[in-house]
Design a binder for this molecule. Structure first.
Ligand code: ATP
Length: 369
């Protein structure tokens, strides 16, 4: 895997033991982590896990109950929201309907008393960055939803904040436009070099745009890592399950050579996995396996230790891929995914087929909880 940051990367944001309570409810639970300069950082998690609270503390709309947040090495607690080098773009965009695109982007600069020529230059730069030059004189109701989104972005970036907070920035766009806009957002982030922190409940969106994704649960970041590492080496069943499709097989671990043997059901063959974690013999463990790592064959594979017999319950045809739900004799369901190349489609499987599922020792991730 590529490292997600080079060692010269400087932290822009530092959370140090940050807790936020509302009454006796803990919304953010003792969090210590860094967000680096030029990073595109995504906060991802189910509703109520604390994503928005994290953002609102950065913006200055909430203050931590305990702990400190540093911005470029400075405690931000005493700095009011409008004096922080932080801007927040809301899902509603909050554009001024009676002002032109140009005036919307210029608004904050004028309020700050920037010189007229400098405002002109800065607005022109922002219009170019967001490809809105042609729409400068239009009002928000005279442009499309995607263009309005870009105006909001241009306006948020006009004052060159060090940190831009994006709260579900693409939530109002339809699926196709949303995808195009994700790439545009990545492009703009890269061009400006501004640190972006995005809040989203859409895991695909987080995995697409972000250089690092923080998966949250109940006020805690469970894992913060590159999309590839979050997917390939989740640190917990929670993360494995939250991101992408996965089968979790619970069993008992016993040391076996470089890895572990997992016994998961009476009369079923043991499974094998290599791992860095240390388990004691007899400990409960969870094997997480991605569907595309599971081979599905009619005959028992000769070369693999992890091989299970099962029956096809469901098939989802996805064009380029098919996903199979295969039931093991004791009722567990394993998901397997195959690419629909022409060769495969000639001899594909159907409902009720008895098949063999198999994978290599390194394909599965062994987890403690
Ligand atoms: P969503 O995806 O639904 O927006 P979220 O992850 O952004 O969720 P938060 O808005 O950060 O979640 O809220 C985290 C928890 O804190 C929730 O249980 C919420 O009810 C609670 N909470 C947030 N703000 C307040 C408040 N001002 N007073 C009391 N409780 C609050």
């Amino acid at each position: 895997f590529e490292p997600w940051n080079d060692p010269n990367e400087k932290p822009l944001i530092q959370f140090r033991g940050v807790t936020k309570r509302f009454g006796d409810f803990t919304a953010i639970d003792n969090q210590t982590f860094d967000i680096f300069e030029r990073e595109f950082f995504a906060l991802l998690g189910p509703s109520g896990c604390g994503k928005t609270t994290m953002m609102r503390m950065l913006a200055g709309f909430e203050t931590p109950t305990e702990g400190t947040i540093l911005l470029a090495g400075q405690d931000i607690a005493p700095i009011p929201p409008n004096k922080r080098a932080v801007n927040m773009m809301f899902q509603s965009y909050a554009l001024f309907p009676h002002l032109s695109v140009w005036d919307n982007i210029a608004f904050g600069l004028k309020r700050d008393g920037m010189a007229r020529d400098a405002i002109g230059d800065r607005v022109a730069e922002m219009l170019k960055l967001t490809r809105l030059e042609k729409f400068a004189r239009r009002k928000p109701h005279q442009i499309s939803g995607g263009q309005r989104q870009r105006v909001a972005l241009a306006r948020s970036l006009a004052k060159a904040p060090k940190l831009l907070l994006l709260d579900e920035p693409l939530g109002a766009l339809d699926a196709k436009l949303r995808q195009d806009t994700q790439f545009e957002l990545m492009d703009i982030q890269e061009k400006t070099g501004t640190t972006f922190v995005i809040v989203t409940h859409d895991q695909e969106e987080a995995m697409t745009v972000a250089s690092r994704v923080a998966v949250m649960d109940h006020g805690q970041i469970i894992q913060a890592d590159t999309p590839a590492r979050i997917y390939e080496t989740p640190n917990s069943v929670y993360v494995a399950d939250f991101i992408g499709d996965v089968t979790i097989i619970e069993g008992t671990a016993t040391r076996d050579g470089a890895g572990y043997r997992i016994d998961f059901a009476e009369g079923q063959p043991a499974l094998y996995a290599e791992t860095d974690i240390a388990l004691t013999d007899g400990q409960r463990a969870y094997l997480a396996i991605r569907p595309e790592k599971v081979s599905i064959t009619a005959e028992k594979p000769e070369d693999k230790r992890n091989a299970l017999r099962g029956k096809i319950l469901d098939i989802a045809y996805l064009g380029n891929l098919s996903t199979y739900h295969v039931e093991l004799p004791k009722g567990q369901i394993v998901r397997a995914q195959t690419a629909n190349t022409r060769r495969l489609s000639r001899r594909s499987f159907t409902w009720e087929d008895e098949v063999w599922l198999s994978w290599t020792d390194t394909a599965a991730v062994l987890l403690e909880r």
